[in-house]
Design a binder for this molecule. Structure first.
Ligand code: 6PG
Length: 254
């Protein structure tokens, strides 16, 4: 698959042809990343529609033998506070498209408990699980919580469920918080990891697809103060975007 030569460089940005190429490139990157490390692995999945093609690909026959499923633990960067069988559930989508189709031990699946009393109760339960998994009360530099964190951006520049102007964006101590009011569709309460927790990763991989994202991606890549711009990673931060989403200055116009 040919990646087009870029007209203007942006650190960590790769432009691919289309949504299929985006899923394939992401799948190859994830396999390369996870198969080069021994021991326990941790992947933090993104919600929304953009990663669904990737999840379906990783759950397909062609990838079923590609990953050490028994060693990978699965987490979510955020979820909508709805039952897991609700079509708006990020957990539900990943389970249907990927986790139900591969041999993942049930103990390796760390869903955000959206059946808790409220978003704060869910956040506290999830934080206890994350700290237990990490084995310490504070995240320390040099020992990232995750191997890969998948991220997306919304039309308003939000990422995970960290919305522009919301207090959760500035949270520095808590690993995960409740979001009583979403800034964008679906307008249901959310639970989201905070920026420092999302940053505790060897690789943060943003997936961005479609013309509807070009305007906001242009703003984010030019440094506009938006949640997706504020996202950072202890390890590598990679932007994988398709041509429709990429601002024209970042790829050759045929
Ligand atoms: C969510 C996501 C969110 C998502 C963006 C992009 O729960 O909504 O975690 O941050 O990544 O909204 O969503 P799309 O991929 O559907 O455009």
């Amino acid at each position: 698959m040919k990646t087009r030569t870029m007209r203007q460089e942006h650190p960590g940005l790769t432009v691919v042809a289309d949504a299929d190429a985006l899923a394939e490139t992401a799948a190859e990157r994830i396999v390369a990343h996870l198969t080069q490390r021994a021991g326990r692995l941790a992947v933090c999945l993104a919600g929304g529609s953009t990663p669904e093609r990737l999840y379906a690909l990783l759950g397909a026959e062609s990838y079923r033998k590609a990953l050490p499923w028994d060693r990978i633990h699965w987490f979510w960067g955020d979820d909508r506070f709805v039952p897991h069988d609700d079509p708006r559930s990020n957990f539900g989508a990943a389970r249907r498209l990927l986790l139900d189709r591969v041999a993942v031990p049930s103990g390796n699946i760390h869903a955000i408990p959206t059946n808790a009393d409220d978003v704060e109760a869910a956040a506290r339960l999830c934080e206890a699980d994350l700290r237990g998994f990490y084995g310490a009360g504070r995240l320390s530099h040099g020992r990232p919580l995750f191997d890969i964190v998948l991220m997306g951006i919304g039309a308003d520049g939000h990422t995970a469920s960290l919305f522009p102007g919301h207090a959760e964006l500035d949270e520095k101590e808590r690993w995960i918080v409740g979001v009583p009011e979403a800034g964008l569709e679906p307008f249901v309460p959310r639970v989201t990891l905070t920026l420092p927790t999302l940053a505790s990763t060897r690789e943060m991989l943003f997936l961005v697809s479609g013309i509807s994202k070009r305007h906001i991606l242009t703003r984010v890549l030019s440094g506009a103060d938006l949640p997706a711009t504020r996202a950072y990673a202890e390890g590598e931060l990679v932007w994988l975007v398709d041509r429709d989403a990429a601002p024209e200055q970042y790829y050759d116009v045929a």
